[in-house]
Design a protein. Structure first.
Length: 138
């Protein structure tokens, strides 16, 4: 009957239906990450956006926390980044070498390295103590 999957018969080999997975040859994610299935329990959630102008450490912390709440795994983190990237961050991501990222850790390290100039470093009292006022010329 059309539309009904054939049931295995005792003693006969049965092959599970293949799920079609499209691999994007231009994606910076490796084929292994791209072909990794989304967990069955994964639901669409609101993820923090990243435009490249915010502190990447703060973004990574909130991004990993939100994805962890859905039963995260490394592939989900890596595959979800393209969903949250916008503006300069998305342009940067799309210019990465194809099949260059083999794990979330690889991608996270590249994000932190590329956008580190936007990291807000807090000053210590020692930093303030070492400041000197310039003498004005009369």
């Amino acid at each position: 009957m059309p539309g009904i999957a054939a049931q295995p018969t005792f003693g006969m080999p049965y092959t599970l239906p293949q799920t079609h997975i499209t691999i994007d040859s231009k994606s910076p994610l490796s084929e292994g990450i791209q072909s990794s299935p989304w967990p069955p329990s994964y639901k669409s959630i609101t993820l923090p956006k990243f435009n490249g102008r915010l502190d990447p450490h703060q973004f990574i912390m909130s991004f990993e926390t939100v994805v962890a709440s859905t039963g995260r795994n490394e592939a989900v983190l890596a595959k979800s980044f393209v969903i949250v990237a916008e503006g300069n961050a998305l342009a940067w991501y799309l210019m990465l070498k194809p099949s260059f990222m083999y794990s979330w850790e690889d991608l996270r390290d590249k994000i932190l390295a590329n956008f580190k100039r936007f990291t807000s470093e807090s000053l210590t009292s020692m930093d303030l103590f070492q400041c000197k006022q310039n003498k004005e010329k009369p």
